[in-house]
Design a binder for this molecule. Sequence first.
Ligand SMILES: [Zn+2]
Length: 127
Amino acid sequence: MLGKLARWLRFFGYDCELAPEKSSDEDVIKLAEGRILLTRDKGLADLPDSLYVPFDDLEGQLRLVHENYTIKMEMSPNHCSLCNGKLVEAETISGRGWKCTKCGQEYWRGSHWEKINAFAKQVIENN
Ligand SMILES: [Zn+2]
């Protein structure tokens, strides 16, 4: 349910793992080690370094995270938005860009880049 939020936090450069559906609490806690746990589960949200995310919409979710942790909300190519693999600079089909070291996905500075930054700005400004 927080898959879209995870992708967007990766757009902003954050190391963000997504627990597979039907993961046990134990597996989720293990995956969250050394990270902040963003969850829809009120039980898990009682743990230290956890944040309960009640919202269904991306804008509400991003605003909540931004309010609680002063995260930088602009495109920052460090982590693959699909798999969270590390990105390295590379030659792509659209010129100089980045490539995921895990799944091979290529990224470059296209029109989506400005759209993502514009949406992020709107989330912060509508605060
Ligand atoms: Zn990847």
